[in-house]
Design a protein around this ligand. Structure first.
Ligand code: WT7
Length: 631
């Protein structure tokens, strides 16, 4: 659509073949053959995968597709925590390490599958004692930690729906998410560690729930044993709850379609949507994509650097590595502290085989120079993953050469909170094209279409759509089925991902970016209207419009155009205040780096802000059709 995208296109022609030993070891060696089979019998394909996992009762029917509502493994009963924990323990793997937790200070904590189950059972018992039951919602606002994993699994054990909120969000974002889900309890910690500092979490929870009288309990991981839960019966100490409720907790026999979790994600409106995932299909799809795309084997050490607060953390830190029974590294902290080689130090130390991160992190680490990773022994690595935004060929090559040392494969996995698991990627045995995500995963039919659903010729940018239901697709938006139906009804009865993409002659898909007003800042998905709503909370602001500007490291940075109240003088001080307002409401990731004070904003006659006009002006692009502009 715009010129710079065409340029990127031309550069992305090269094909890189995977090393022989990786192909030899791969679960699946012939993508094309398996893909063809998977499309011919989609349901048979997924049934075969589902057989690898444990069901208390087998399903009667693989798929019931009642457009746009899908039910997978209908009539089946299972529990994802049984498949994540008990199953391995029964197979004699109880003493295997499930997680190696590390932080910025070099602290380390290991937990085996048996120990993890013990904690999960105890906390699940504790949650029951507090009166929580199947179908209730619990919000989790926690550091990236074993305690967070235990909290999520304890909910899943007893059928409580968890709603994890990224601990980098502030009070307003947290309040909205707790209130929309009507959570009965919140699980949190006194603080999280970041760049050598302790960032308080409990005070943010307290502010967020001030008026929410339906919150019965706040369960706190009191990290420094300060006794913060002594003040009030509503507050419960997480570790005490675990200590006092040790013992078996038999897993709730969940219907395949019983909800597992809600995860809020940004869209075009001011209010994020609560994406709902259910049990059976999510379990099968995440398990299998991790197994095939990361080519997980019994003895693998796996590290996904995401945060549990995002879907990447849910699917590929918590559920899929556990259902696959591997050992995972989980880190609390940032990639550059205490030094910009910390990730490579840990890859070396723990002999990590599969490493999964985001392009924004790669671009940031690239800046520190090739000498940094060169200091470490990275020979254990086999598979490198990328997720969250398009990976530019330059970053791809750096990752491939300086981290993978040309002995690894890169899997560039395209997917979304809504899709639950990987949708487009290459698998390790398949040739890669730097800058192009790859091909649809098994059973997935993807296309690039125009607004009416007509397929576009190769190398033409259009809307990326998925033509069929898949097991881990979102089932609805919490409390907002109309919003859910929109995904399938906007473009010709196919799933509209709201991403722009193109497909080349070989069928490789290149993702260009979002088609809607959603920003991607350091891989974080942020709605323009969410930021605008936060800005106008400042008493001197009348109106605001927000756009994304290209940023060499973060992908995009936020720029705001702000209209002030009559008589208010623009100033740098005011800019800082506005930035602080956004920080307090949404969190540091949503702060507009640039602010312009303007007299008015371009709008349609019906009063909608035309962000694309601002974007075009700012970036020197063509403005396009202006017929709806008010004046
Ligand atoms: C959006 C979804 C799903 C994990 C993290 C993000 C962008 C995701 C890629 C990729 C290009 C990507 C898309 C998508 N995206 N992966 N490999 N290449 N773009 O989840 O917060 O739901 O965001 O992230 O724009 O729509 P999310």
């Amino acid at each position: 659509m715009s010129n710079y995208k065409d340029e990127v296109h031309l550069k992305v022609q090269e094909k890189i073949y995977p090393p022989e030993d990786i192909v030899k070891r791969a679960w699946i060696k012939d993508y094309d053959e398996v893909y063809k089979r998977s499309i011919e019998d989609r349901e048979g394909f997924w049934a075969e995968v589902a057989e690898e996992l444990h069901w208390f009762r087998k399903w009667d029917k693989v798929l019931e597709w009642n457009f746009p509502y899908a039910k997978w493994f209908v009539g089946g009963k299972t529990n994802i925590t049984y498949n994540a924990l008990d199953r391995h323990i029964k197979n004699g793997k109880g003493d295997k390490i499930a997680y190696i937790y590390v932080d910025e200070d070099g602290n380390e904590e290991k937990v085996t599958y048996s120990e993890l189950l013990e904690k999960v059972n105890a906390l699940a018992n504790g949650l029951k004692r507090l009166g929580l039951k199947k179908g209730d919602r619990v919000s989790i606002y926690m550091p990236n930690s074993i305690e967070a994993v235990v909290s999520m699994l304890a909910c899943a054990r007893i059928g409580v729906i968890h709603s994890v909120v990224f601990a980098g969000f502030s009070e307003g974002a947290l309040h909205m998410r707790i209130d929309d889900a009507k959570a009965s309890a919140v699980i949190t910690a006194t603080y999280t560690k970041r760049r050598g500092r302790k960032i308080p979490l409990l005070p943010t929870v307290e502010k967020a729930i001030k008026d929410l009288d339906y919150i019965k309990n706040v369960i706190v991981w009191d990290r420094d044993k300060e006794g913060v839960t002594d003040k009030d019966d509503k507050y419960v100490d997480l570790n005490r709850l675990i200590e006092e409720n040790k013992g078996e907790c038999s897993p709730e026999e969940m219907d395949s379609e019983d909800p597992l979790f809600i995860l809020y994600t940004s869209g075009t409106t001011g209010k994020p949507k609560g994406v709902l995932h259910t049990t059976g299909g999510y379990m099968v799809n995440t398990y299998y994509t991790a197994k095939i795309v990361f080519d997980l084997h019994e003895d693998d050490i796996y590290w996904c650097t995401a945060d549990i607060g995002w879907i990447t953390g849910h699917s590929y830190i918590v559920y899929a590595p556990l259902t696959n029974g591997v050992t995972s590294v989980i880190m609390e902290g940032v990639p550059v502290y205490p030094h910009p080689g910390i990730w490579w130090e840990y890859v070396d130390k723990y002999r990590v085989n599969i490493f999964y991160t985001a392009p924004t992190a790669i671009r940031m680490l690239m800046r520190f120079g090739d000498e940094i990773p060169a200091k470490y022994d990275l020979s254990s690595l086999r598979i490198l993953g990328s997720v969250g935004e398009p990976i530019n060929p330059e970053a791809w090559h750096w990752y491939y050469e300086h981290i993978g040392r040309k002995r690894c494969v890169i899997v560039d996995t395209w997917w979304q909170t809504e899709t639950g698991s990987h949708m487009i990627t290459t698998i390790p045995s398949y040739p890669m094209k730097p800058g192009k995500a790859g091909k649809p995963f098994f059973t997935i039919e993807a296309a690039v279409v125009d607004k009416n659903g007509n397929e576009l010729p190769p190398n033409t940018v259009g809307y990326l759509v998925i033509k069929n239901p898949w097991p881990s697709m979102l089932r609805t938006c919490w409390g907002n089925p109309e919003r859910y139906e929109k995904y399938w009804k906007e473009i010709d009865n196919v799933y509209n991902a709201d991403d722009l993409a193109s497909i080349d002659e070989d069928g490789y898909i290149m993702i260009v970016g979002r088609a809607d007003d959603v920003l991607s800042v350091a891989g974080h998905r942020i709605g323009t209207m969410e930021v605008e709503s936060a800005i106008v909370e400042h008493p001197d602001v009348v109106e605001a419009a927000v756009i994304g500007k290209p940023d060499p490291i973060k992908g995009q940075k936020i720029k705001a155009f702000v209209v002030l109240k009559v008589g208010v003088e623009p100033s740098d001080q005011l800019k800082k205040e506005i930035q602080n307002t956004v920080r307090e409401i949404l969190g540091p990731i949503a702060i507009p780096e640039e602010i312009d004070f303007v007299d008015k904003l371009p709008k349609t006659r019906s009063g909608k802000i035309m962000r694309r006009v601002l974007r075009a002006q700012e970036l020197g692009l063509e403005v396009g059709d202006l017929s709806t502009l008010e004046d």
